[in-house]
Design a protein around this ligand. Structure first.
Ligand code: CU
Length: 229
């Protein structure tokens, strides 16, 4: 049985593992809480004494159980923090080598892609902007793709489920994130933050292709955007 959408990024598996770890703790806490809630209900249902008692937790015996529950929750939090530390650092920090640097901007209601122009550098005069609904973001496979995330209006969230990356984009702030995609194909880019009436239409696509095809795509993009006299 396939529970998750296909993972295509180098760090996706680590995120999935963390998901399972969190799920284990949450399930244990859920089952224990339900037991504490339901067991006395069933046990006392047929008893004559119906009055409920109120425990303030000051009694030593009661206080002990409150403390045990607290310690269990705190410990599981620490285990999760410890386990996620490495993965989160990796995703938050830029990779040592940037192969492709892009700009991605959220607006109501599509993602805007900024490619470096023929000089290969972003934020120079020849950058090319693609600002269309349902447009595709082309990137080469097996390369470190670093992108600056921004918003022009409200809070959006850049989400490519197959990469396991979800990042809020905040007006007035820039967040830099990266991924390295190991499988060619066409994937959904969505917005994971309700951002207005057409939020559900905020959909673009990630096209992962060979280096050759990516270069061809860039050349055709440059040709299209060249202003001829
Ligand atoms: Cu949005």
């Amino acid at each position: 049985m396939k529970l998750f959408p296909e993972n295509i990024s180098t760090y996706g598996q680590e995120i999935d593992n963390l998901f399972w770890l969190v799920l284990v703790f949450v399930t244990i806490a859920f089952v224990i809480s339900l037991f504490i809630l339901i067991y006395p209900l069933v046990k006392n249902h047929y008893k004559k004494v119906k009055r409920a008692e109120y425990f303030t937790g000051e009694n030593k015996k009661h206080f002990r159980w409150v403390t045990i529950a607290l310690i269990f929750l705190a410990l599981s939090d620490f285990v999760i923090l410890f386990a996620e530390h490495h993965t989160w650092n990796k995703i938050e920090e830029k990779p040592i080598q940037t192969d492709v640097h892009l700009g991605i901007t959220g607006r109501q209601w599509n993602w805007i892609f900024l490619y470096p122009g023929p000089d290969g550098k972003l934020y120079t005069g020849d950058d090319i902007k693609v600002d269309e609904q349902n447009s595709e973001l082309h990137i080469p496979v097996n390369k470190n793709i670093v992108f600056d995330l921004r918003s022009t209006d409200v809070v959006h969230s850049f989400f490519v489920i197959n990469t396991r990356l979800k990042q809020d984009v905040i007006p007035g702030r820039m967040n830099t994130r990266w991924f390295n995609i190991t499988k060619e194909g066409r994937y959904d880019i969505s917005c994971a933050e309700i951002c207005g009436v057409l939020h559900s239409k905020m959909r673009n696509f990630l096209v992962v292709e060979s280096e050759e095809k990516y270069k061809q795509f860039l050349s055709s993009l440059y040709e299209k955007n060249t202003v001829r006299p």
